[in-house]
Design a protein around this ligand. Structure first.
Ligand SMILES: Cc1cc2nc3c(=O)[nH]c(=O)nc-3n(C[C@H](O)[C@H](O)[C@H](O)COP(=O)(O)OP(=O)(O)OC[C@H]3O[C@@H](n4cnc5c(N)ncnc54)[C@H](O)[C@@H]3O)c2cc1C
Length: 380
């Protein structure tokens, strides 16, 4: 495969880098401390079309492919991984699922407002007792003739407080295991939806994470997304794109940490010279940069396969597995290069160290990626 980005994609990436350097990076520590993504930044990015990246033009989006999107997401995540995951979940999971599986009625009803950022998407799969084991989810959607009635609790919902659209997975056949899961578009201001308190997290603090409770929430029949009982397969299909998103988020964090480490190693003097002159530091930098490049190639390969309409489940999992581990390796080494200063908040590497950790957890843990890859390799 040819991994070169097109001129247009490079230009989009460069524009995102400029925006990130000017508007996001200088305020990223403030977002982290206040645990918010500010409205003005959301609005600015919405005006640039960042909330409608993968939404077709006929529904008001930019209609770009995954490869164009991931270049931008990498740059935004390098400046603020917390804001990056909002864009990733919104585009890769929620807009994409409505676009791929929604009826014409649902697409017309929601995509135009999602594309402009008026309705930010949140993805509600995980429950307090159903994480990796998605098939065991306990939220139910009962068919009441002219509507469905949803009851249950979702955990760890990214962007819950900002959301205007909730993509909710629930059992329409509680005895049916994974074949009993269906998917619905729910609006957060409908009666019976309660958004919980913000989770206090270790990292990506600019991202909002909450529980959402659904009690006797009436959902119109037309808000069933895709076919009844097909929700599990839809969740897996959509997760491919989500995993590519987390891969480039990881690459972004790692790249930012590498750049800080290089800068610091040139400035910091010990034994009368810059620590960058020591081979021990040079070897760390070489190893960090090499792993980042390898991760970026895996992520962009998966994105290109997705755009070509080819199967990319194994490649998306390989990218997520490698990039998230790389991010954690790189931030650890970057912090080490900073010595004691890496451990205090004055230097951004402390934030990267906290932000990287979650990339091995959400959208399928490291162990899940290994399972997906091994299953694919070992199938008959
Ligand atoms: C900040 C944050 C944001 C999130 N955002 C969202 C969101 O927007 N929407 C959403 O639906 N979810 C979201 N999640 C949830 C996330 O996807 C889950 O946390 C993740 O899937 C793991 O589920 P769990 O936490 O219940 O862990 P568990 O499934 O309980 O796993 C615990 C450990 O056991 C391992 N394990 C489990 N099963 C197996 C197995 N069969 N073989 C080997 N090892 C196994 C896991 O890998 C893990 O190490 C978010 C989580 C976080 C932390």
């Amino acid at each position: 495969m040819d991994f070169k980005l097109t001129e247009d994609d490079l230009e989009l990436k460069q524009m995102a880098r400029e925006l990130a350097d000017r508007r996001i990076y200088p305020r990223a520590m403030e977002f982290d401390e206040k645990e918010i993504t500010p409205k003005d930044l959301i609005e600015e990015c919405a005006e640039l079309g960042y909330f409608g990246f993968v939404v077709p033009e006929e529904y008001g989006g930019l209609g770009f492919g995954t490869t164009s999107f991931v270049g931008v997401l990498e740059e935004i995540s390098a400046a603020s991984a917390g804001f990056g995951i909002m864009l990733s979940v919104h585009n890769s999971l929620t807009c994409e699922i409505v676009n791929q599986f929604g009826s014409e009625v649902l697409k017309k009803k929601y995509l135009p407002q999602m594309a402009t950022g008026e309705r930010i998407g949140a993805y509600c799969v995980t429950e307090p007792n159903a994480g990796t084991d998605v098939a065991s989810l306990a939220t139910t959607a009962e068919d009441k003739g002219d509507h469905y009635l949803i009851n249950g609790t979702k955990a760890f919902v990214t962007s819950a407080i900002y959301a205007g659209v909730l993509i909710v997975f629930a059992k329409t056949d509680p005895e049916g295991g994974h074949k009993g899961i269906s998917c619905f578009v729910v609006e957060p201001d409908w009666e019976g939806v309660t958004i919980g308190a913000a989770e206090k997290k270790c990292g990506i603090k600019a991202s909002d994470t909450r529980e959402i409770n659904f009690q006797d929430v009436k959902v119109p029949k037309e808000n069933l997304l895709g076919e009844i009982g097909k929700g599990f397969g839809m969740a897996l299909t959509i997760l491919n794109l989500g995993r590519i998103g987390v891969s480039v988020q990881s690459v972004g964090i790692a790249q930012a940490a590498l750049e800080e480490a290089i800068k610091y190693s040139k400035e910091r003097k010990q034994f009368g010279k810059s620590i960058s002159k020591f081979q021990a530091i040079q070897f760390k930098i070489a190893e960090m940069a090499t792993r980042i490049d390898a991760g970026r190639l895996l992520a962009y390969r998966a994105a290109q396969l997705k755009d070509a309409g080819e199967p990319c489940s194994r490649e998306a999992s390989m990218a997520k597995l490698f990039c998230s581990k790389t991010a954690n390796y790189v931030v650890n080494e970057a912090l080490q290069i900073h010595g004691g200063y890496g451990y205090i908040k004055e230097y951004p590497v402390e934030r990267y160290f906290r932000d990287a950790r979650v990339t091995e957890i959400y959208e399928g843990t490291t162990e899940v990626q290994q399972m997906v890859i091994a299953r694919d390799l070992l199938k008959d």
